[in-house]
Design a protein around this ligand. Structure first.
Ligand SMILES: *[C@@H]1O[C@H](CO)[C@@H](O)[C@H](O)[C@H]1NC(C)=O
Ligand SMILES: *[C@@H]1O[C@H](CO)[C@@H](O)[C@H](O)[C@H]1NC(C)=O
Length: 221
């Protein structure tokens, strides 16, 4: 009787342990760690003035972008946030890319409209046209882009839920793949790959501009 009872207790314990570890697996998620202190760096200021002057500024044919990060804005340290401001010219393109560690929320302040979109893991393209006051979301890790289809500059802000979202430029990174594999993937010739490789920017952050032949400002597709 006693040994039967102990056996049942052992089985019950095992079930509880397995159930608890399953719960743990469900509860553990890969995100930025929670902050442990209000002010880990003992900062005296939590303001970044003029992101286009003091942020991480880069420009390209498509316009200007300025990002804050933990170096230029230490107040964001361990808070799981990054913000990027854009000033994009008509026909400016933020070329297809992913952020492996963050979801992005893009809000159009003025100008545009922007065509925005992302491709999900089933291969579905989720496309939209957004206007001032609209916000759109790019789920974490998914391939996305935006293009200014309007006749004026588009001013917009992207907020990302990681202090280090990472950016992987789809075109530039694809062309780091050796040509035998790439030619097979794209079902084309080496000569075609070479031509494209020479014409795309190896810079991973520059905003590009669509050619006059392809983009007419104000013509919303
Ligand atoms: C911040 O201040 C606390 C308390 O004065 C101190 O223990 C800690 O070492 C300081 N941290 C830094 C990064 O200076
Ligand atoms: C449009 O944006 C570009 C790039 O940021 C900038 O050089 C230009 O002055 C802006 N034009 C207007 C009218 O604001």
């Amino acid at each position: 009787m006693g040994s039967r009872y102990n056996q049942m207790r052992a089985v019950l314990c095992l079930v509880v342990v397995v159930a608890m570890s399953c719960m743990q697996i469900r509860l553990v998620s890969a995100a930025d760690p929670d902050p442990l202190l209000d002010n880990p760096l003992n900062l005296t200021s939590f303001t970044l003035r003029d992101i286009f002057v003091n942020g991480d500024v880069s420009s390209g044919p498509g316009g200007l972008r300025a990002a804050l990060n933990t170096r230029n804005f230490p107040g964001t340290t361990s808070e799981g946030i990054t913000v990027v401001r854009f000033e994009m010219v008509p026909c400016g393109v933020n070329v297809p890319h992913t952020h492996p560690r963050a979801t992005e929320l893009l809000s159009l302040i003025s100008g545009g409209p922007l065509q925005v979109g992302f491709i999900d893991t089933s291969g579905n393209a989720h496309l939209d046209i957004i206007r001032p006051g609209d916000s759109t979301l790019f789920p974490r890790g998914l391939l996305h882009f935006e293009i200014n289809l309007g006749t004026e500059n588009a001013t917009y802000i992207s907020a990302l839920n990681s202090q280090n979202p990472g950016t992987l430029n789809a075109g530039a990174s694809l062309f780091r793949v050796p040509e035998l594999t790439l030619a097979t993937a794209l079902n084309t010739e080496f000569s075609v790959l070479k031509k494209i490789a020479e014409s795309i920017s190896p810079d991973l952050t520059t905003l590009e501009k669509s050619s006059k032949a392809h983009c007419v400002p104000g013509q919303v597709v």
